[in-house]
Design a protein around this ligand. Structure first.
Ligand code: ATP
Ligand code: MG
Length: 726
């Protein structure tokens, strides 16, 4: 392949970066300007023009998927096999290094990786052995402490806990934890990075070997590296390697996880010879999307500053949809995807992005309802998530005490002192006597086989289930669900665990209450009872599993996981104050800028069409909220936005405010035959209080749709419904 083709398909600035003489370089540029493309071409250039061996190249990407894509792209551009090139994530590369030099890293050859669930379990055991109360030292908090210290490069011996007892105990936990990992030959994720860094520091001959080897180091998404990752690169680079980093300070979205955008400045100090190249042309998004994103991010202070432009046409405006509620929002999105599909588009060209994982549930439901394949990127479907399965375990056991799978799942979740030995006795007795676990417990208690403590614990658990069953016998499904997640201690257990992940779990549990509240009993299943119908609904939804990689499927993901990706059609759902920006970011003012960057990341994923949706009222996390549109929507100038009404034939009068009167034009007319108005609050003798969200028909056929606080959305015939206005 000749040199010129390596520069084909690049603009002048990109060529300058790709073909620059060998030295260090910072490519600082906004979204979609071709940073990743430059990095890929640079690798090919180094090999073909600078005659560098693939062996001399180390390339770091943010995800395994990105690494695989990059390898493929480099192979395509350069036409050769890149098997020997080191290309991967920080964790992947560091792990490879430790495998090669396990002895020098003080690890047994067979060392294993401890994933974060296993890590948590180990920490729990250690708390117990140290006689520390889990309430005072929530295991997840200890986990966060340990990982945080490791990310900063700190071993217990480097930490001074001062005179603070809590800090001292956390330090103690870290110490004991580390000792047991070392004994067992286990490394957690943070350990992989730290140990790889220490390998450089402690074994100069190894460092020298790699410094000799990796003359070319390239890092994508540099703005999201943390302290230890940067230190690792910096030490490896020494004074001779050429380091090319590409990044965008406006897309730094992992500050909460220890990423340091200051690393960009550090890099310029540490590599004073580095040239900075800025790319300004965007190739991804059409004009309206790009300009809107630029305007949005301009609201952030302290930016390194850059302005993106595009040669592309203005294209479609950003579709802004004000939904009545979350279900209406999901229906709208699915409707637009259906239109796209009808016009010959692929489902996989469509991405739905949201701020928090719990938001996926309603969207999943609408997609399932439509029979549309979807895939949740970087996560599980709602009903497959651990905390949801835990809660469903309680409901299942209430419904059927002989459900052994549910029994196993929750007997010690949250922990209630039923040890492995007791469980083993239960299991083997059940096997021998061909009983279910519940029956076994009854029998063993009856025969007084279990030790006093074990017997008490088992009895406590059984009482809990029986009480839950009695307490909820007369309750509606959602009150029952709510009661169960509280009284079982499940919610408190997750609440006690600190960190982003635990918070998402609590949100999901609360969202389960909403799922129960809005659950519509299928008519043919009425005999089955609401609880059982709900349980099978959940099992079926979970059971469908992810669409496999080959199925054309809509892509669902959080905004965080969308980094670096692009899609012709993007939906950003739930763009409301309190959701995005999240309540937490609003409470802690300094995190608003990071939320805005996240919004910028989301918007700039879109190539042709971007829809932003928000709902006037939303049930989420088990509560009903009347939400306001996100401040981010207001930061986008009207010129780039097209508001979409419900049935689009009638638009609101020009004078109406974008955010208030969306309903006025609903159904083509502000007037209707039902005698009710959209948004009006009403009371129903059986369903209680609700809000009118839709109407159709006239005269005796007039029907209204009411979103009831307690039972969700229902269509009612006005003539029979005995609705009162409030
Ligand atoms: P992000 O910040 O989101 O990671 P990026 O800066 O890495 O974006 P790329 O993903 O490399 O951007 O490029 C965005 C899109 O523009 C890709 O589809 C890429 O193929 C295309 N592209 C980049 N440069 C050019 C070019 N010179 N001519 C045509 N298309 C280009
Ligand atoms: Mg990129």
């Amino acid at each position: 392949m000749d040199v010129s083709s390596l520069l084909d398909g690049l603009n002048d600035k990109q060529r300058e970066a790709v073909g620059a003489p060998q030295s260090s370089m910072l490519v600082l540029a906004g979204a979609g300007s071709g940073k990743t493309r430059v990095l890929t071409h640079r690798i090919a250039w180094l090999m073909q023009v600078e005659q560098q061996s693939p062996y001399s190249i180390l390339a770091v990407t943010f995800t395994n998927k990105a690494a695989a894509e990059m390898r493929e792209r480099v192979e395509k551009v350069s036409g050769s096999n890149m098997g020997r090139m080191w290309i991967g994530t920080f964790h992947g590369l560091a792990h490879r290094l430790l495998r090669t030099h396990y002895q020098d890293a003080n690890l047994p050859q067979s060392f294993q990786i401890l994933d974060s669930d296993d890590q948590l379990r180990l920490i729990k055991r250690i708390l117990k052995s140290l006689n520390l109360d889990e309430k005072q030292y929530p295991p997840r908090q200890a986990q966060g402490y340990i990982n945080g210290k490791k990310d900063q490069g700190l071993r217990p011996k480097h930490i001074d806990a001062g005179g603070f007892p809590i800090e001292q105990n956390l330090l103690k936990i870290y110490q004991v934890y580390q000792e047991s990992c070392d004994r067992a030959g286990l490394v957690d994720f943070a350990e992989i990075l730290l140990r790889a860094h220490e390998l450089w520091l402690n074994k100069p001959h190894i460092l020298e070997h790699y410094q000799e080897r990796f003359k070319n180091i390239l890092v994508d998404e540099f703005q999201d590296t943390n302290a230890i990752q940067y230190a690792w690169i910096r030490v490896l680079a020494g004074s001779t390697a050429n380091v090319m980093i590409v990044g965008d300070d406006d897309q730094s979205i992992y500050g909460w996880r220890g990423a340091q955008v200051e690393n960009l400045h550090k890099f310029l100090q540490d590599f004073p010879a580095a040239q900075t190249i800025r790319l300004e042309q965007n190739y991804r998004s059409s004009g309206n999307i790009l300009n809107a994103s630029n305007e949005l991010i301009a609201n952030n202070p302290d930016r390194l500053g850059k302005k993106l432009w595009t040669e592309d046409k203005d294209g479609e405006k950003i579709g802004l949809y004000c939904a009545f509620n979350e279900m209406d929002e999901a229906r709208f999105i699915v409707g637009r995807i259906t239109d796209w599909q009808d016009m010959g588009g692929n489902l996989s060209d469509c991405a739905i992005l949201y701020r928090s994982n719990a938001q996926s549930r309603v969207l999943e439901e609408a997609l399932l309802h439509k029979g549309m394949a979807y895939r949740i990127y970087g996560g599980l479907r709602f009903f497959e998530r651990q905390e949801i399965k835990d809660a469903m375990g309680y409901l299942r056991l209430i419904s059927n005490k002989n459900d052994d799978a549910a029994f196993e799942r929750i007997i010690n979740t949250p922990t209630r002192g039923i040890g492995d030995r007791t469980l083993e006795i239960l299991r083997s007795t059940a096997r021998q006597q061909e009983l279910t676990l519940w029956q076994t417990c009854l029998r063993l208690l009856d025969e007084k086989v279990l030790s006093g403590r074990a017997a008490n614990a088992v009895r406590g658990f059984m009482d809990l289930i029986v009480n839950l069953q009695q307490e909820t016998a007369e309750q509606s499904l959602h009150r029952m669900t709510d009661h169960v997640i509280q009284a079982s201690g499940l919610k408190a257990m997750y609440e006690a665990e600190k960190g982003e992940k635990a918070r998402a779990r609590v949100e999901n549990l609360e969202e389960l209450v909403t799922a129960a509240r809005t659950f519509v009993m299928p008519e043919d299943l009425e005999d089955m009872g609401e609880l059982n119908a709900f349980l099978s609904h959940a099992a079926l939804e979970a059971g469908e599993g992810q669409a496999d990689a080959f199925t054309d499927a809509v892509q669902l993901m959080t905004l965080h996981s969308a980094k670096g990706l692009e899609f012709p059609m993007v939906f950003m759902a739930g763009v409301e104050e309190g959701i995005f920006p999240s309540q937490m970011a609003m409470d802690e003012g300094d995190r608003l800028d990071e939320e805005r960057r996240l919004c910028y990341v989301g918007m700039t994923r879109a190539m042709k069409q971007l829809y932003i949706t928000y709902a006037e009222s939303r049930r989420i996390y088990g509560r009903e909220n009347y939400a306001r549109p996100s401040r981010f929507i207001k930061e986008i100038p009207d010129d780039y936005v097209q508001e979409i009404r419900m049935r689009t034939s009638v638009t609101a009068p020009a004078s109406t405010n974008r955010f208030s009167q969306a309903q006025a034009s609903f159904n083509g007319s502000a007037f209707n035959d039902s005698g009710f108005n959209i948004g009006q609050r009403v009371n129903h003798p059986k369903f209680g209080e609700g809000k009118v969200t839709n109407f159709e028909g006239s005269g005796a056929q007039a029907r209204v749709q009411v979103d009831f606080l307690d039972v969700g959305s229902k269509w009612l015939v006005v003539a029979y419904a005995r609705l009162e206005t409030l």
